[in-house]
Design a protein around this ligand. Structure first.
Ligand SMILES: Nc1nc2c(ncn2[C@@H]2O[C@H](COP(=O)(O)OP(=O)(O)OP(=O)(O)O)[C@@H](O)[C@H]2O)c(=O)[nH]1
Length: 408
């Protein structure tokens, strides 16, 4: 997100919404918006249709009271009945195919029929002309505000209603003031309804954009948190890992030692530590270059991974120096484990280019003594390893259990 764009600003640029249609210019966006309104629009439209059908039927009563059972009454009653059925049918169709409700064509068709009924009423019931005009005014308002339908569709229908009503009145009266008055009366609610509905449509769409932006921002925020947690995990992993061999580093060893020495003491279990150093590693570097030496070190890491149990921890603690922490393992067993490792290492040459380079290691092993810290334990194992180097390398030297602690 660029710095100049506030996080939650809605893009209100005029070209996003048609000024007179109040719909998104982008068809996909408009489609998304309409789909998001379905759960609200559908029940409203269906309720509106049922109410409309009920009104059509109920108003047959005043027709009958005014006209009696004459042919005009029956024409109106038939129109009312058929139209009410159509309205109920549409309400049912909307339930099955909600897209019909969103598109608005069905509603527009029904509105055209509805207006036509009132035009007919002007001819068949001139006695209620004023009432008729009032009903058309109500329909004009309902068309825009009560039953949610797109203004782009409602506007031509309202125009049809206004013109139709005006023409019907002009055809059925000679009174000029009634003619002009009716034209105004039916046009005015259409204009007001259109203006109000247009404003509402635009507001709803801007709100939709805002909601979407908020959701996007929220999603971005969540993704960012996930990314950061992963990054933090990776940084932590790196802080405890030797990048060349992938083995744990000295820091990781220190943490593990703190846990294991406390546990060993609590449970009176043995804990051993081995230090091993590659033999004549300088020669490897001198012969195969530093990169060759690195390849050999990586190979040692792989042998460690294959050699020690999951509970043991082999760590790289210096250039070509390694430490192995062996929980619940006494000195003798640790010696055996290290000897097995040494044998495997000697038998597993690393490939440097197309050359197989074998290395050996010299190890010193010590068993942890109560209260001893890591440095002291490492120093004792180190001293044994040094003794092993002196004695000819490629061997494992144990620190006797009763040996004096090494000076820290
Ligand atoms: N390639 C490589 N070499 C390293 C690294 N760290 C230390 N070394 C080399 O390891 C060698 C250690 O040499 P020395 O300490 O003389 O020991 P050595 O040659 O292994 O001889 P002994 O330990 O006495 O058997 C040096 O040449 C260091 O440069 C490393 O990360 N990569």
């Amino acid at each position: 997100m660029s710095e100049s764009t506030p996080a939650f600003a809605v893009d209100q640029s005029p070209d996003r919404i048609w000024p007179l249609r109040g719909e998104f210019v982008e068809p996909a966006l408009e489609q998304d918006f309409r789909a998001s309104t379905l759960s609200r629009v559908l029940p409203q439209q269906r309720a509106g249709l049922v109410l409309w059908a009920a009104l059509m039927v109920v108003f047959a009563v005043p027709d009958y009271l005014a006209l009696g059972a004459v042919p005009n009454f029956w024409i109106l009653a038939a129109y009312r009945g058929v139209f009410a059925l159509l309205l109920l049918g549409a309400a049912e169709a909307f339930k099955r195919r909600p897209n019909l409700a969103l598109q608005g064509y069905v509603l527009v068709g029904l509105a055209l029929l509805g207006y036509s009924f009132f035009f007919l009423l002007y001819g068949l019931r001139p006695d209620i002309r004023a009432f008729n005009t009032g009903a058309i005014m109500v329909i004009q308002v309902m068309l825009f505000l009560f039953v949610p339908v797109r203004v782009a569709m409602a506007a031509p229908v309202a125009l049809f209603g206004a013109i139709g009503a005006t023409l019907s009145v002009w055809a059925t009266t000679a009174d000029a003031s009634v003619k002009v008055g009716t034209a105004f009366l039916v046009a005015l609610p259409a204009v007001l309804g259109y203006a109000a509905a247009l404003r509402q449509q635009k507001t709803e769409r801007l709100e939709f954009l805002l909601r979407r932006q908020l959701l996007d921002a929220n999603r971005e925020l969540k993704d960012e948190v996930v990314r950061r947690v992963a990054l933090q995990g990776e940084l932590e992993r790196q802080a405890f890992t030797d990048l060349l061999t992938g083995l744990p580093n000295r820091r990781a060893l220190a943490e593990r030692f703190a846990t294991e020495s406390a546990r060993a003491q609590r449970r009176s279990e043995p804990l051993s530590l081995a230090m091993f150093d590659l033999d004549h590693f300088k020669r490897v570097n001198d012969t195969h270059g530093h990169a060759g030496g690195d390849a050999v070190l990586r190979g040692v890491g792989e042998v460690c991974a294959r050699s020690f149990r999951g509970a043991d921890m082999a760590a790289r603690v210096g250039g070509e120096e390694f430490a192995v922490l062996l929980p619940d393992v006494d000195l003798q067993r640790a010696g055996t484990v290290l000897q097995r490792f040494n044998d495997l290492l000697a038998a597993t040459p690393a490939m440097v280019g197309d050359q197989a380079v074998a290395v050996t290691a010299t190890a010193g092993v010590a068993q942890h003594q109560p209260g001893e810290d890591l440095n002291a334990l490492m120093a004792r194992a180190d001293a044994a390893m040094y003794a092993g180097k002196q004695a000819g390398r490629n061997r494992v030297v144990l620190v006797p259990a009763d040996a004096a602690p090494a000076p820290s």
